[in-house]
Design a protein around this ligand. Structure first.
Ligand code: GMT
Length: 379
C-alpha cells in the first residue's frame, strides 16, 4: 500500500510509535510517506520506501499563532494527489485528526475518497483533548474517521467516557522492535555508572507534570537509604530544573545523574535493574515496555493502561498514584533479592514479547485492509 503517516516528529510517545510503525511497514514493502513539521527523530536512515514531506507554515505578521492545521491539511491534499496515497494514518488526535478530515472533504470534492485512520495515543484524550477548547472538534474527528484505534483498552474506555462517540474503536497496542530493544552486553557502562556493584534505577520521560518525576526521586531516596544505588534520569522537559532542586533538598545529587535526551536508550536500559514509571496518567506506557524488552522489571503506578503492560508481582510492581512508600517498599524487596530480580527480568522479557512489532504490525495492516475494503463496499 501507499500510506501517509501524520505524526509529531519528537522524542517519545506517539511520534515514536508512528515512526517505528512506518519503518516496519516500509521494511515489509509498503511505501510510507511521513508528513510532519520536521523530520521525525527516529527516521534516521535511508530507505527506498520511506519519504518525508515537511509541513512549513508561511510566516505573516498577522499570525500571532501560526495556522499549522491549515498548512497540514493542504500538505495532505497535495501528497494524497501527487503520490496517489491509498490511506492516511494520523497519530494523536490534535490537530492531526481534524486536519485530515478537512483534507478528506477537500479531496472528496475533487473526486478522491481517501480513507483516514486515526490512532488515539493518550493525552489527546485523557488530558488535552477533553478540554472544552478541543472536545467538540476531537469528538467530531473521531466520529468521522474511517477507522479509529486506541493503544490500550483503558484509552478506548476513556474515549467513550470523555467524548461523544458513536462508533467502534479498535484496540491495537503499542509494540516493541526487538531488533533494537534487547539486553546488550554493556558491562563497561555498568562499571562506569556503578563501580561498586550498586543497583541502577532508571526513569525516562518528557519530564512533564503528568510523569510525577518527583516520586521517582523520592522512591530512589528511600532505596538509597536501604542499599547502595544509583538513579539515571533520561529525557528532558518542563519539570527538569525543579527535579534538580528536589535532588539537592533530598541530598541525593551525588547518586542521581540527569542524562538529558538520549538516542541509544536500549544501551542504557541494558545495565539497569529497575525502571520507575509513577505517572499520574498513562494510556499505555511505552517507555516501560522498552525497559521490559531489555529485561528490566518495572515499578509503576496503576494508572490508565499501565496494568495492561506491567503485571503486578510478575514483571514488576504497581502502586496507587503517589504512594511513594509502597513503591519504595516494593523496590527494596525486589532489589534485595537476586533470585527474585532474575525471575522478574525473565518474566518482563516474556511479557514484552507479547507486544512484538512482528505481531502488532499485522494487526495494523489487517485494519488498513478492512478499512479500505469497507469503504469500497459502501460505495
Ligand atoms: O504525554 C506523553 O507521554 C506523550 C504522549 C504522546 O502521545 O506523545 O504519550 C502517550 O502516547 C504513548 C504512545 O502511544 C503512550 O505510550 C503514553 O502512555 C501516552 N502518554 C500518556 O498517556 C500520558
Amino acid at each position: 500500500m501507499n500510506i501517509g503517516i501524520v505524526c509529531y516528529p519528537t522524542f517519545g510517545g506517539s511520534g515514536v510509535v508512528a515512526t517505528e510503525l512506518g519503518k516496519g511497514l516500509a521494511q515489509r514493502g509498503h511505501k510510507v510517506h511521513f508528513i510532519s513539521y520536521s523530520q521525525p527523530v527516529r527516521l534516521d536512515y535511508f530507505s527506498e520506501n520511506i519519504f518525508f514531506h515537511e509541513v512549513s507554515v508561511l510566516k505573516y505578521p498577522l499570525f500571532e499563532h501560526e495556522p499549522y492545521e491549515t498548512a497540514l491539511a493542504s500538505k495532505m491534499v497535495d501528497i494524497v494527489k501527487s503520490d496517489q496515497l491509498d490511506l492516511l494514518h494520523v497519530h494523536y488526535a490534535i490537530p492531526h485528526a481534524s486536519a485530515a478530515m478537512l483534507a478528506k472533504m477537500i479531496l472528496k470534492e475533487q473526486g478522491i475518497d481517501i480513507p483516514v485512520i486515526t490512532t488515539l495515543h493518550g493525552t489527546d484524550i485523557t488530558l488535552v483533548g477533553r478540554e472544552a477548547t478541543f472536545e467538540p472538534v476531537v469528538s467530531w474527528s473521531i466520529n468521522h474517521s474511517d477507522g479509529v484505534t486506541a493503544v490500550s483498552e483503558s484509552l478506548k474506555q476513556d474515549t467513550y467516557a470523555n467524548f461523544h462517540i458513536k462508533r467502534d474503536i479498535r484496540v491495537i497496542p503499542n509494540f516493541i522492535d526487538f531488533t533494537r530493544f534487547s539486553k546488550k552486553p554493556k558491562e563497561h557502562f555498568k562499571k562506569a555508572i556503578a563501580p561498586n556493584g550498586e543497583r541502577i534505577l532508571v526513569h525516562t520521560s518528557n519530564f512533564r507534570k503528568v510523569k510525577r518525576v518527583e516520586d521517582v526521586i523520592r522512591v530512589f531516596a528511600r532505596v538509597a537509604e536501604a542499599m547502595p544505588a544509583r538513579l539515571l534520569l533520561i529525557g528532558d522537559g518542563p519539570e527538569r530544573s525543579h527535579m534538580e532542586k528536589i535532588c539537592r533538598e533530598l541530598n541525593t545529587c551525588d547518586k542521581v545523574t540527569f542524562l538529558g535526551k538520549q538516542e541509544a536508550i536500549e544501551e542504557i536500559l541494558s545495565v539497569c535493574d529497575l525502571f520507575i514509571m509513577p505517572s499520574e496518567s498513562e494510556s499505555f506506557g511505552l517507555a516501560a515496555l522498552e525497559a521490559m524488552a531489555c529485561e528490566v522489571p518495572v515499578l509503576s503506578s496503576n494508572a490508565g493502561g499501565i496494568p495492561e503492560v506491567n503485571i503486578h508481582g510478575e514483571t514488576g510492581f504497581m502502586s496507587n498514584v503517589g504512594d511513594v512508600e509502597d513503591m519504595a517498599h516494593h523496590a527494596i524487596t525486589l532489589l534485595s533479592d537476586d533470585d527474585m530480580l532474575l525471575r522478574f527480568r525473565k518474566q518482563a522479557l516474556a511479557q514484552a514479547q507479547r507486544f512484538d512489532l512482528e505481531k502488532v504490525i499485522v494487526e495494523y495492516t489487517d485494519f488498513y485492509e478492512e478499512t479500505v475494503l469497507r469503504k469500497k463496499v459502501l460505495v
